[in-house]
Ligand binder design. Structure first.
Ligand code: G6P
Ligand code: MG
Length: 214
């Protein structure tokens, strides 16, 4: 039986992907190159430092570790500026409702995100209190597809991995769920997320009935 739902943040609860893209694009442009929206897909669910390394690779630019740290910090400054203006209506359709439905049904809810800005975003959209546990980029050392973030979430809410369902928009996140022995629901297209137990276009398509049928 399913006892907990573990949610990724970016691309599942809220569409911050556009802000990440804008900020990374601004950084690439400042270094004299550009990258496509298609390339941006590869950054979903990927940590800040790893994203920077991929982008530098696309631009054929080499930077020392110290320079990389400065660039990642600069990107984050721009990103934080954008999300500091986020409004509660930027929650993705159906997301808040589904998390509330889960809680009303007695299920535990947890956040499992690579983002170190998770708390600020949850505050902006008034959803901090809808999670029994918040595991973010400040609490994990191994990035998805390593299952660490979700295993910590399961442990924090006192539920076994095989009683958890993970909601993810990134392939690395679905792989993390599988590696952790959890069920998963992909948010996006089945072409990309085919490994998940179920794929929906957004949480507005999710119901408790569909959840329990997994
Ligand atoms: C999520 C996003 C990634 C982002 C990562 C780290 O996984 O999908 O695009 O790079 O979090 O976010 P942060 O806010 O810590 O830079
Ligand atoms: Mg995501």
């Amino acid at each position: 039986t399913i006892k907990a739902c573990l949610f990724d943040l970016d691309g599942v609860i809220v569409d911050t992907a556009v802000y990440h893209y804008k900020a990374w694009k601004q950084l690439a442009n400042s270094l004299g190159f550009d990258f496509t929206e298609h390339q941006n897909e590869q950054l979903k669910g990927v940590s800040r430092v790893r994203s920077l390394q991929l982008i530098l690779g696309w631009g054929g630019v080499t930077k020392t570790e110290a320079e990389q740290e400065q660039l990642a910090t600069l990107k984050n400054t721009w990103y934080v500026e954008m999300i500091s203006r986020m409004k509660p209506d930027e929650v993705l359709p159906g997301a808040k409702q589904f998390v509330e439905d889960c809680r009303n049904a007695g299920l535990k809810t947890a956040l499992g995100s690579a983002s170190k800005n998770s708390m600020m975003i949850l505050e902006k959209i008034n959803m901090v209190n809808l999670f029994d546990a918040i595991i973010d980029g400040n609490k994990v050392s191994k990035a998805k597809p390593d299952p660490e973030v979700f295993l910590k979430g399961a442990e924090a809410v006192g539920v076994q991995p095989n009683e958890c369902v993970v909601f993810e928009d990134a392939i690395a996140g679905i792989e993390a769920a599988i590696a952790g022995g959890m069920k998963s629901v992909g948010i996006g297209s089945a072409d990309v997320l085919g490994k998940a137990n179920l794929v929906v276009s957004g949480l507005s398509e999710m119901t408790l009935e569909r959840l329990m049928g997994l």
